[in-house]
Design a protein around this ligand. Structure first.
Ligand SMILES: NC(=O)c1ccc[n+]([C@@H]2O[C@H](COP(=O)([O-])OP(=O)(O)OC[C@H]3O[C@@H](n4cnc5c(N)ncnc54)[C@H](OP(=O)(O)O)[C@@H]3O)[C@@H](O)[C@H]2O)c1
Length: 213
């Protein structure tokens, strides 16, 4: 099994802005950052439950398909799950509706205590406060021999990269500048050593860069 990351970042390295508000919970630039991924046929079917078959095919879609393959468990941060947007809502169940796209156990790192949430389609959210190593051990146990994805957000992915726990890092670099936010690469000097690197460019202008141990 492998520990994998797939993240959309801007040309200047930001994985998220920090301008989210209750009125605009994704922030002003989210749709620019993820435009090519959201346009794929795979994203539309798997995340938006769009059965029309519409959406882009080709390089971006190949990466989107690979994103969902062979993942047995996922780890994400409280920010990605939405707990920072809705910290006082005990009924918050994430952004993804009743049938989230993960279809596996998802471990949400948070200092808030919340009961596990069983959703339709095989996703169960578990909430835990643990070191990256401890969380990964739980996820590996739950993954049944399949891969574990560190889904995001920016801070949690950086923590796992810093701890040397990631076997495969795929960044989809969107041809946009965000100019502010949380930068994936900060504090990761010489991260590239120890990884083989592959680059592929999609017609959307997205550069898919994969670091593999
Ligand atoms: N670009 C992409 O592909 C991509 C992918 C996913 C998400 N995102 C974006 O990233 C943003 C969220 O990222 P983020 O950096 O703000 O937050 P995040 O990485 O999702 O979560 C960080 C938070 O998780 C909790 N946490 C982290 N490590 C922990 C530990 N060891 N034990 C207990 N709790 C722990 C803490 O929250 P508490 O202390 O409050 O519990 C911490 O503030 C969102 O805007 C999302 O849309 C981007």
């Amino acid at each position: 099994m492998a520990v994998r990351v797939d993240l959309n970042i801007s040309l200047d390295g930001f994985a998220t802005t920090t301008d989210q508000t209750l009125e605009d919970p994704m922030g002003r630039d989210w749709s620019r950052l993820v435009a090519a991924y959201v346009a794929t046929r795979t994203f539309r079917a798997r995340v938006l439950h769009d059965a029309s078959g519409e959406g882009t095919t080709g390089v971006d879609d190949e990466y989107a398909k690979a994103y969902f393959e062979e993942i047995g468990a996922e780890i994400m941060g409280a920010g990605m799950f939405g707990l920072h947007n809705y910290p006082h809502d005990p009924d918050w169940r994430g952004w993804w509706g009743d049938e989230p796209p993960f279809r596996c156990p998802v471990f949400v790192l948070t200092h808030a205590r919340r009961p596990s949430l069983e959703m339709s389609g095989g996703t169960t959210f578990h909430f835990l406060s643990a070191t990256p190593q401890e969380a990964l051990e739980r996820a590996i146990d739950a993954a049944g021999g399949k891969d574990v994805r560190i889904g995001g957000g920016a801070t949690v992915v950086r923590d796992f990269l810093k701890a040397g726990l990631v076997d495969q890092l795929h960044v989809a670099i969107a041809p946009i500048l965000l100019g502010r936010g949380i930068r994936l690469w900060d504090g990761l000097w010489e991260l590239e050593s120890g990884y083989a690197v592959k680059a592929e460019c999609a017609p959307s202008g997205t550069i898919h860069l994969t670091f593999r141990r």
